[in-house]
Design a protein around this ligand. Structure first.
Ligand SMILES: O=C(O)c1ccccc1NCC(=O)[C@H](O)[C@H](O)COP(=O)(O)O
Length: 224
């Protein structure tokens, strides 16, 4: 059964909904331009509320060291998601400075976008394959758009890679079946409006996977 991450939680009620549904990971976005942004005190409170009931993911975008230090101290994350233009060297430096595992997001629109997989896999604990932000988008992620899953055909992906980008209760089972993903991440697809999580859709998303989506055991995506 795939691991499930619900990203962009910003209220106690929707955090509780994700935990009650059985999410494996909860994501807190610390990026002021985002409608899902949580400040340091909210991040601290939500992280404490989650406790050990799910892994706590702190999402940052090209953080400087001061932002990294403050956000890590507040959110006490189990995993730091880097969703900007961080180079492999910067990913390694952030991982060393924070002393926490790191998941690097890679935006995918064309096959060449996967050329960086090996370099990032060498320095990050996990990779997140997300849709590349559309031209002119205000945010580098959380845009609710999918990429062409067929681009993953035959690509050697490291164990623990996670699929995201436009997933929803309606599409996630097909996405898992077609890509072999053993971990998935969703934000927009479980919202009623940008930044407004919907407990019913969160429950539906988790239930759709728990109902029987299957995935192969290999870390390499199958032909799709
Ligand atoms: O959610 C945001 O507002 C956000 C802002 C800046 C960088 C990343 C952001 N979100 C990332 C995610 O929520 C997910 O990891 C991923 O992009 C999937 O999002 P969605 O397509 O909305 O399900």
């Amino acid at each position: 059964m795939p691991e499930i991450k619900i990203c962009g939680l910003s209220t106690p009620e929707t955090l509780d909904a994700a935990l009650a549904a059985g999410a494996d990971w909860i994501g807190l976005v610390h990026f002021p331009r985002s409608p899902r942004h949580v400040g340091l005190e909210t991040a601290r409170a939500l992280a404490r509320r989650a406790g050990t009931r799910a892994g706590r993911v702190l999402l940052l975008v090209d953080p400087d060291d001061a932002t990294l230090d403050a956000a890590v101290a507040a959110a006490d994350p189990d995993l730091i998601q880097l969703h900007g233009r961080e180079s492999p060297e910067r990913v390694a430096a952030i991982r060393a400075r924070a002393g926490r595992p790191v998941m690097k997001a890679l935006g995918v629109a064309v096959r060449a976008d996967l050329d960086g997989v090996a370099a990032y896999a060498a320095v990050a604990d996990r990779l997140l394959l997300d849709a590349k932000a559309p031209p002119g988008a205000a945010l580098p992620g959380g845009n609710g758009v999918a990429f062409d899953w067929a681009l993953l055909a035959g690509v050697a992906l490291p164990p623990g890679w996670m699929l995201s980008g436009g997933l929803s209760p309606e599409t996630v089972a097909e996405a898992v079946a077609r890509t072999g993903a053993r971990a998935v991440d969703v934000s927009s697809g479980v919202e009623s409006a940008p930044g407004v999580k919907d407990p019913v859709r969160i429950a539906a998303f988790v239930a759709r996977l728990r109902a029987g989506a299957s995935a192969p055991l290999s870390g390499t995506a199958p032909a799709v």
